[in-house]
Ligand binder design. Structure first.
Ligand code: GSH
Length: 265
């Protein structure tokens, strides 16, 4: 009934898998290897013209854009509701989600590629690397990807991207001061939406940003998310150990520099 084209470690895929799991929805998994460039396969591009994951197939329709897929799932399968029940709560939820789409997703892409998969991509034959870069349809996105692959954390985009992510954590800390979850006292779409970004910072060895000494509310939120049964099934069981090692070792190698960069901002 549901088919999900996704990638095990991709942030946008994680947020959709999390919602599917919270709602106990079964789906057929269609994995897409992003490093190998399967998102550019013409058959896949027919489903997702943006050459990205995830894509959800439901009742013959191909649904794209992770945040919109999650709202769709909540509308189509309302038994376990993940949107606040009141208009103000839904507005707050959509404000978070809008922010994830407008700035967080781009920032996490910069930081991830600058530290992690960059090394795998630089090991690829030049013609494979160039073909995959050339296939990114959006010229701005293509230019940023090239920049972070070439320059890593010294890319001009890196500093601003880290600033965006630190600001997000600070705003989460504030939002969580009077409630358990981002938009109230139930785990909802905003929490599922932000989870992959917090997790990615952790995987990139930026764990000190999430420590209870620095951001106690975020640390507590993160521990409670990780304790949810859906997290195990939707996120941790999918994580490929070799890629996690690339993230962690890449992050550990640059954490000192990144920390100085954040402190001087
Ligand atoms: N706004 C899109 C962004 C999707 C996106 O950027 N997906 C990434 C993985 S998280 C991807 O497929 N990247 C492949 C590439 O950039 O080549 C969404 O939320 O679905």
């Amino acid at each position: 009934m549901l088919e999900l084209y996704h990638n095990a470690a991709s942030t946008c895929s994680q947020k959709v898998r999390m919602v599917l799991e919270e709602k106990s929805l079964d789906y057929t998994s269609r994995p897409i290897d992003l490093i190998a460039g399967e998102q550019h396969d013409p058959a896949y591009v027919k489903l997702n013209p943006n050459h990205v994951v995830p894509t959800l197939i439901h009742e013959g329709r191909a649904l794209i854009e992770s945040s919109l897929i999650n709202e769709y799932l909540d509308d189509a399968f309302p038994k376990v509701p993940m949107k606040p029940g009141d208009p103000a709560g839904r507005h707050a939820m959509r404000l978070w989600v809008k922010r994830f789409d407008q700035s967080t997703q781009g920032a996490i892409g910069v930081v991830t590629f600058a530290i992690g998969p960059r090394r795998l991509i630089l090991d690829q034959p030049e013609e494979v690397r160039e073909a995959n870069l050339a296939a990114i349809p959006d010229p701005a996105r293509r230019a940023v990807r090239r920049s972070v692959i070439e320059h890593g954390i010294h890319a001009p985009e890196f500093d601003g991207a880290m600033g965006t992510l630190v600001e997000l954590l600070d705003d989460m800390e504030t939002a969580l001061a009077g409630q358990n979850w981002l938009t109230g006292n139930a785990f909802g779409l905003a929490d599922a939406g932000v989870l992959p970004y917090v997790l990615r910072l952790d995987h990139l060895a930026m764990t000190p940003l999430l420590s209870a000494d620095v951001r106690p509310k975020v640390a507590d939120w993160y521990a409670r998310v990780q304790a949810r049964p859906a997290f195990t099934v939707a996120v941790s069981e999918w994580l490929p150990e070799p890629l996690l090692n690339v993230f962690r070792s890449g992050g550990e190698a640059v954490w000192g520099q990144v920390e100085r960069l954040i402190q001087t901002d």
